[in-house]
Design a protein around this ligand. Structure first.
Ligand code: CP
Length: 328
């Protein structure tokens, strides 16, 4: 595996290998072995053209815990504001010796372009591109689901077969939803997308997921997990009337609140990739409930990103043959 661009490119075996490796990384952290020497002398560049709190800090933490050198690049305050292109930015960073480039970009496909351009010789990891993909988010979500399904013991080798997951909200603009649908399908889970018709993409019927417009009906089917999506108002066109339904209607129809939380099965958990719009897609009492694993998702993200960096830069033997076409 040379790059990680999309969950759709991961085989079942590759996905499970990343999750198992993340379990081992989490175990070292739990034993207070904060720093591993694995990537000493390697350089990881965080190339962020779009804002981020969790993903950028998580990749930086993961790289440092593997003893890599980290260069953080943010488009804000850089020569991108003077018109410098992705190509010239990438060539500049390559000249400084990047072994891996973690890229977040507002344009869907930018990581793919970087990986196939020759502008960098390093591994390219997609940290979120437009509305397209956010593979490490989906991997950390799967890791979190796996931990909660299996209890605190060894979860190595288990997948999510038969797990029922509802993904709720602004599917139209969500790279998290796209990555999760593909990965959860690969891991054997049953996914239902729940959204108003205006926030579902054209062609969603072809996705490997059921679709519903009614959150209360889906909660009545007793899902094992509900993954709430952020309403991405910044991606909604003001020319098209913006956000429909209205925020109030949206919250009534699709917001997770105490009443809906109480209707969920006792074992079911609540996920959200963050950042949250409290009071819009999730109420404060739902977000802060003991069934919400949102902060744990952030912690798990470090272990998952350590695993991805490790497998791409130091330990990918045995996965090369299974690497599908668009990863190389
Ligand atoms: N979940 C996520 O991608 O959060 P950030 O935008 O803060 O990185």
């Amino acid at each position: 595996m040379k790059h990680l661009l999309s969950t759709g490119s991961l085989s079942h075996k590759q996905a499970v290998r990343i999750l198992d490796t993340a379990g081992q990384m989490a175990a070292t952290q739990a034993r207070e072995i904060k720093k591993l020497p694995t990537l000493r002398g390697r350089t990881v560049v965080n190339l962020f053209f779009e804002d981020s709190t969790r993903t950028r800090i998580s990749f930086e933490t993961a790289a440092k815990r593997l003893s890599a050198d980290v260069i953080n690049f943010s488009a804000k305050g850089s020569s991108v504001s003077k018109g410098e292109s992705l190509k010239d930015t990438a060539l500049t960073l390559q000249a400084m010796g990047a072994d891996a480039v973690v890229i977040r970009h507002h344009a869907s496909g930018a990581p793919h372009t970087l990986a196939h351009s020759g502008w960098t010789h390093g591994a390219v990891i997609n940290a979120g591109d437009g509305t397209h993909q956010h593979p490490t988010q989906a991997l950390l979500d799967a890791f979190t689901l796996r931990r909660h399904l299996s209890g605190p013991g060894d979860v190595t080798g288990r997948d999510l077969a038969g797990l029922r997951v509802a993904i709720v909200g602004d599917v139209l603009h969500s790279r998290v939803a796209r990555s999760n649908v593909q990965l959860l399908h690969t891991l054997g889970a049953d996914v239902t997308l729940v959204a108003p018709p205006t926030l579902l993409p054209v062609g969603v019927d072809a996705w490997p997921a059921a679709v519903s417009y009614h959150l209360d009906e889906v909660i009545d089917t007793k899902p094992d997990a509900i993954m709430m999506l952020r309403v991405q108002r910044e991606r909604m066109s003001s020319a098209g009337g913006g956000f429909f339904p209205s925020p109030l209607e949206y919250t009534r129809g699709y917001g997770l609140d105490a009443r809906r939380l109480a209707a969920m099965p006792e074992h079911a958990i609540v996920l959200h990739p963050g950042p949250m719009n409290r009071g819009l897609e999730i109420s404060a009492d739902a977000a802060d409930s003991p069934r919400a694993v949102i902060v744990e998702q952030v912690a798990n993200g470090v272990a998952v990103r350590m695993a991805v960096l490790y497998l791409l830069l130091a330990g990918s033997e045995g996965t090369q043959d299974e690497t599908r076409h668009d990863q190389t």
